[in-house]
Design a protein around this ligand. Sequence first.
Ligand SMILES: Nc1ncnc2c1ncn2[C@@H]1O[C@H](COP(=O)(O)OP(=O)(O)OP(=O)(O)O)[C@@H](O)[C@H]1O
Ligand SMILES: [Mg+2]
Length: 230
Amino acid sequence: MKTQSIFIAGTDTGIGKTIVTGLMAEFFLRCGYKIITQKWIQTGIDSDIDEHIRLMKKNRKNLIQHVSLMCPYHFQFPSSPHLAASIEKRTISKEKIKQSFWTLKKDFESILVEATGGILVPLSGSLFMIDIVKELSLPVVLVAGNKLGTINHTLLSIEALKKRKIRILGIIFNNLEKKTDLRILEDNPVILNKITGEKILGVLPWTKDINLLYRKFIPIGNKLDKHISQ
Ligand SMILES: Nc1ncnc2c1ncn2[C@@H]1O[C@H](COP(=O)(O)OP(=O)(O)OP(=O)(O)O)[C@@H](O)[C@H]1O
Ligand SMILES: [Mg+2]
């Protein structure tokens, strides 16, 4: 059985893509797939791939020959990639990113790529990250930060993906705020499914207990497994 790679996109920055990517990687590892993650462009001091590695319960030392390919670009300034790169007087090469993907693909069955920011994040004045997703024919799982404003953000994200004929595997709702009213949390997935017809893969609760989050992810992982196994 061959496993497809997936691009994990989000409705915004800071809505739970890293957590979802790490949980997904852990799930598929436990299924027996040879999986690795990528974050094509990291900005700021955080390292999302280190968080993926932690969630996958892997030892960074054992991935040492792959780490630079997992994150081909890391810029210090926490901003959109186009600005972070320009501050360091560097440009982002689409070919370098695609090459990092194909090189990793030689050693792994499937790559889970975490997006930087939301869908229409620019890498320069003429290139979006989503253009590379399209060129690599990656299907997308959309992570929606479940809060007030999510309906609009999710609809716009789906429109942008559909316009580019990018396959959407489904939407994962992530309850990343404790304070959001339950009526909003419960209605967002329902109304978005009604309007778009897109599959709702599941809802992750607000919790700092990563084991609980993993248990809640299992039914989501099972749905994705059916989609991505060829
Ligand atoms: N379900 C949740 N329950 C509690 N806290 C959460 C949940 N999901 C995410 N968080 C917290 O929200 C913050 C943002 O999450 P995360 O880093 O996964 O977002 P992101 O979309 O990857 O951000 P970026 O755009 O910077 O990559 C983190 O501190 C994370 O621990
Ligand atoms: Mg992240």
